[in-house]
Design a protein around this ligand. Structure first.
Ligand code: 5GP
Ligand code: 5GP
Length: 208
């Protein structure tokens, strides 16, 4: 029996709502491949410790190598688009996520496994569909934070952490949604610890 020592306790799987990234004072830039679909995009899969701290930049000798994930590239462009300025193809974002976070899980999953795990989690969760089926639509309306969380919990089986940011007028809005995943990167778990941060009790869900 071969044992692998894991140097983290669980992952956060983090998705971002593009409408809320873009309608801020800072604004956004669409990727060179064009405006992404109006769907949650992947931000990252982040190794974490149960005490709330996390490792980062764990292995400078294991840089991002796009040749290892060439079969995932078109899915990544759709499901993991970059919105930072200036416009990029995604390579810069994926490089950052792999080097800062992914290298800290390399004892469990390699680069291909890491990106494939994130893509599978997004598909499995189908977050936008879960919200829309309950009438929570990205149309600029405000929804109760409790209702959003209950809806996601009953659709997916897991309690999410909702992170808010503010639009140009200062309204609190749904920005990122966190789920917790076991160290294999494949199974969702209830979060051992939640990140910090506060939304209003009513938050906007802007269009994109
Ligand atoms: P922010 O300051 O915007 O919350 O986070 C900036 C970056 O720090 C995130 O994009 C992520 O890379 C990292 N980060 C923030 N909070 C956590 C956390 O709880 N766990 C991990 N692994 N990374 C985090
Ligand atoms: P983290 O917050 O995970 O440490 O890293 C986010 C980094 O990726 C930032 O340097 C940010 O500029 C870059 N980045 C590129 N595209 C995106 C995007 O679409 N969303 C976010 N949150 N960061 C992006």
């Amino acid at each position: 029996v071969v044992c692998v020592a894991e140097d983290f306790d669980f992952f956060y799987f983090v998705q971002q709502w593009p409408g809320s990234y873009c309608d801020t004072k800072k604004s956004c830039c669409y990727p060179t491949t064009g405006k992404p679909a109006a769907d949650f995009g992947i931000h990252g899969l982040w190794p974490n410790y149960k005490d709330g701290s996390y490792p980062s930049n764990c292995d400078p000798n294991n840089p991002f190598d796009q040749s290892e994930i060439s079969d995932l590239r078109s899915s990544m462009q759709k499901e993991w688009p970059t919105l930072a300025c200036p416009s990029g193809s995604g390579i810069e974002f994926w490089t950052h996520e792999w080097e800062k976070h992914g290298t800290c899980s390399e004892s469990v999953i390699d680069q291909h496994g890491y990106f494939a795990a994130a893509l599978n989690l997004k598909k499995k969760l189908n977050l936008l569909q879960a919200l829309e089926s309950a009438g929570i639509q990205p149309n600029g309306d405000s929804y109760s934070l409790g209702n959003i969380k209950d809806t996601v919990k009953s659709a997916t089986g897991f309690t999410p952490f909702i992170e808010c940011n503010v639009d140009e007028s200062g309204n609190s809005q749904l920005y990122q949604v966190y789920f917790c995943v076991d160290t294999s990167g494949s199974d969702l778990i209830e979060c051992p610890v939640f990140p910090h941060g506060k939304c209003g009790s009513q938050i906007e869900f802007p269009s994109f």
